[in-house]
Design a protein around this ligand. Structure first.
Ligand code: SF4
Length: 196
């Protein structure tokens, strides 16, 4: 759920007799600028927003590849795509130091338990991207060996379509994830359950 949008200077914690006076409407200054413009012009924000901003600028992915999609995922650290622009060049080898699990490829039933274990070892807040049709829904592998969607074992924040998704598509998913979190959308584990 998105944060309640502040409309008055007092919503930012500024206190003066006029701002706190219950029957006083917005001042001419507030009316002329609007809350969004005020926030930008005065450089004020909330601690929650500042923390969210910092978290989206250091959302380190876990080093975890499953199938062909992983090759596309690897290329996002290359000079051509340069995920370092978003503070994400550091793929972590330990889930305890990672914030984002990119499930890149089909998940065999045999891999379901290790994948869930890796997810459980990540500290909160944490996010999951299902990359490609196989991770999202099993894709063309509608058979007994493949999990029909990784959202059956972990809560997924963003689904990236295609087979395989190009690195641009994965980056689009990452940017959408950043935007959603900055807008106040909590991680998926707070919003959705898993089927099993
Ligand atoms: S979506 Fe395509 S590229 Fe990705 S793991 Fe499945 S078959 Fe491979």
């Amino acid at each position: 759920m998105a944060d309640e949008k502040p409309t008055r200077l007092r919503d930012y914690g500024l206190q003066s007799e006029r701002l706190l006076w219950p029957t006083k409407g917005p001042s001419q200054f507030e009316e002329d600028m609007g809350a969004d413009e005020l926030e930008r012009a005065l450089g004020i924000t909330t601690l929650e927003k500042a923390v969210r901003w910092a978290q989206t600028k250091s959302m380190w992915p876990d080093t975890f590849g499953l199938a062909c999609c992983a090759i596309e995922m690897m290329s996002i650290v290359s000079a051509r795509y340069d995920i370092a622009r978003f503070g994400m060049e550091a793929f972590r080898s330990s889930p305890r130091q990672a914030d984002l699990l990119i499930v890149s490829g089909r998940v065999a039933h045999k891999m379901a338990a290790p994948l869930r274990q890796i997810y459980d070892q990540m500290l909160e807040p944490k996010w999951v991207i299902a990359m490609g049709v196989c991770a999202s829904s099993g894709g063309m592998f509608n058979n007994y060996t493949i999990l029909q969607g990784v959202d059956r074992i972990v809560p997924v924040d963003i689904y990236v379509p295609f087979c395989p998704p190009r690195p641009e598509a994965l980056m689009e998913g990452i940017i959408r994830l950043h935007e959603a979190y900055l807008a106040g959308v909590p991680p998926a584990y707070e919003r959705v359950g898993v089927a099993t």
